[in-house]
Design a protein around this ligand. Structure first.
Ligand SMILES: Cc1cc2nc3c(=O)[nH]c(=O)nc-3n(C[C@H](O)[C@H](O)[C@H](O)COP(=O)(O)O)c2cc1C
Length: 216
């Protein structure tokens, strides 16, 4: 059964990108906040975007320092992420209070957080005010990953190395499995979607190839 939601609910349906911890440093103080609203914007030059509400301390930190780092937390940092998202750097030094170790980034001043599985360092390319959020466009200057967690894609073998996905309120998810799509067309150019039929067709093609190999 279908039912209607309000226009403001569209954002909830679009949730699911990995949660990012945005770190910033300005005049010797550092801050961190989680963002769920992020997106790649361009491959060449490499631009990524994050939407930050104008009321966040991070908003000012990015404006002033003109750089930021995106740390991708794994399941191990679940409770840290929630904590960083309910406290503001205006009231408390969150990184110190959470006793989370940091290390130096390669190209920006913002600190990187231990326990994350990927890091994207950005210089501020542009800032677009869109409604109550600002889309900060970062030019990527360095990318670092934990090998166990990311190969050509997220590896998704050990639950503790999987990125977190924000579902809303204080709920998060992790991806269960990595599925590989098998694109197989029929003779008429249509798409075969039945798993058993695809397996059968693959076996038939393999046998055909073996027979041709033997005939040579
Ligand atoms: C998982 C999660 C995702 C969030 N995503 C966003 C976001 O995309 N944009 C935003 O402006 N605030 C987002 N927030 C809220 C901020 O993280 C929160 O207001 C935070 O306390 C701001 O910290 P700051 O004032 O130190 O910058 C999110 C909060 C949580 C818990």
């Amino acid at each position: 059964m279908r039912h209607s939601l309000s226009e403001q609910d569209a954002r909830r349906l679009l949730g699911g990108a990995p949660v990012l911890l945005v770190t910033t440093r300005w005049h010797g103080t550092s801050n961190v906040m989680p963002v769920a609203w992020s997106m790649p914007l361009s491959i060449d030059p490499p631009f990524v975007g994050i939407a930050v509400h104008a009321s966040r301390h991070t908003h000012d930190m990015i404006r002033f320092s003109e750089q930021f780092a995106l740390n991708i937390p794994s399941r191990r940092l679940l409770n840290h992420v929630q904590y960083f998202g309910v406290m503001s750097g205006r009231e408390i030094q969150k990184i110190e209070a959470a006793k989370i170790p940091t290390f130096n980034a390669r190209k920006v001043d913002a600190p990187l957080l231990e326990g994350c599985v990927g890091y994207i360092e950005c210089g501020l390319e542009d800032a677009l005010r869109l409604g109550d959020h600002t889309l900060f466009i970062g030019r990527v200057v360095a990318v670092t990953v934990e090998k166990e967690a990311f190969g050509d894609t997220w590896v998704l073998e050990d639950d503790d190395d999987k990125p977190l996905h924000y579902l809303g309120l204080d709920y998060y998810g992790i991806l269960d499995d990595r599925l590989q799509a098998k694109l197989q067309t029929t003779e008429s150019g249509g798409l075969r979607t039945d798993e058993d039929e695809i397996e059968e067709e693959m076996r038939r093609r393999e046998e055909e190839a073996e027979e041709q190999e033997e005939a040579r």
